[in-house]
Design a protein. Sequence first.
Length: 262
Amino acid sequence: MAHDDANASDGAAPRPHWSLASWLTEGALPTFTVRDTRSAQGRLDPRVKTITVADLVLAHGHACDGLLRGVWAMRALADLAFADEGFDRSDLLVVSKNSPCLGDVAAYLTGARTRFGTHRLDDSLGVGFQLQRLSTQESWEVREEPGFFPANIIAWEADLLRGGRDESEMRELLAVHEAAQWDWVRDVLLPSAPSDHYAARRLKRLELPPALLEARRSDTVNRTVPPPRCVISPDDPGADHEPGDLDDQLTWRARYEAGPTV
Ligand SMILES: [Zn+2]
């Protein structure tokens, strides 16, 4: 969770950053477990990290109904697909609507990126996601129950993006619209369990939309290389191996200083 820096050193209990309303953090919000590679050319790190809604808000820029609906959808999907292991962000492809909010949730939690061709876009998904594990092609999807989000708010969202509205009216409408969104989040979304209105299922196969860009992602190509047996870098401490002895370190240095094998 993000905390206010002013409270970091005065011994007081940390409090949520202003970017997440206090009423939003009173209950238990979903969290996510993720795994990544350990460096630019590194293997998969067995240690996991926990991502909170506060982390997502800082990455996205604001809290909003879209971000929270995306969180509920992803939690329902994760409960089906990755209940034990969490999201392996070195091995996932995601499909989402091209929405600022849903797209950021998709990219941040899965590690997928449009620039590597692993974040594909399909606006027909609405508030939902499709996921594919790249190494096995296993696929899943999650979709929001039709009608769960009020039609009136959807209509207002579309209308507030319409050009030519008078600013004196717009300045009031934006505030009213924000209040309506948060009312729904507070009264309807938060009391519900992710699986109540977000249906996740396994897919036999996934027909992918085309990639916007495709490039080799270099920081995940060595993800399956096993841990070293004896030659350990002092800068590579980890839960999955113990340091080697001095002879091993000397062997390592000589090999490295000889340069790459062509
Ligand atoms: Zn947003």
